[in-house]
Design a binder for this molecule. Sequence first.
Ligand code: G4P
Length: 286
Amino acid sequence: MTIQWFPGHMAKARRQVTEKLKLIDIVFELVDARIPSSSRNPMIDEIVANKPRLLLLNKADMADPAITKKWLAYYKERGIPAIAIDSHSGKGMKDILNKSKDILKEKFDRLAAKGVKPRAIRALIVGIPNVGKSTLINRLAKKNIAQTGDRPGVTKSQQWIKVEKELELLDTPGILWPKFEDQQVGLKLATTGAIKDTILNLQDIAVFALNFFIENYPQQLKQRYNLDSIPDEIVPLFDEIAKRRGCIMSGGYIDYDKTSELIIRDIRTVKLGKITFESPDQYDTN
Ligand code: G4P
């Protein structure tokens, strides 16, 4: 799904999330474990405000496990509840409920002390497009979609999904816009597939990705493309990969678009290994 975000759409998206916040106890903020910072909505703190929040680093199966560990330590240090999950396989699903219970324990204890009958935790999933919101909802739902339109403040069309006895999810997630202003962020979003039909140039994305691999994951590059060594310059590297993969046009010219596509596809399908494009070391100031 490609969404063009204009100021009007942003305002509407924000309004929709803000409306739903009234119905729930906790927000599950979904980010991409390969780009935990770049895949956050830039205004999420302001939008979610004081509502308790659990940060879910999704697609952890595609991310570098050592850097995911670093991110989790980073959040822990800052008192931000966060867990790594993989919505495809279902890894981490149990932790979502357990962690939510921890976060909301005080609130629910307080309600119980006032004599309020225990009820399920109500949650809303929010995140930028393609971060895995629908996949997570389907994974948690296991067909337990319940129509509960009779609840006060809930419109007829609002559905809750029961996740075991203790958790209920709003079935429509909050879709928020990514950060656009920083070009590096745009390149990371494009490389990982968050922006699919990208307005960014294919070759620009591939150049960004190759430079990143040269610096951070040279071994994976060598292995995947059978390179003895990595050329110092980006163009000879492109040429080497193109020759090895048959991305040559008639007349013997290199097909740079085809080569770029191949490199990007290899990254998105994890053929170049489990990769994370940003580390918390870069974000030490906040
Ligand atoms: P959205 O609702 O936030 O827009 O995202 P959605 O669930 O549609 O997921 C976007 C893509 O990310 C899908 O792939 C989905 O399968 C994949 N995905 C979601 N969670 C995970 C995860 O934890 N690990 C991995 N490896 N992939 C995940 P797609 O290529 O668009 O579709 P398809 O291959 O599932 O058909």
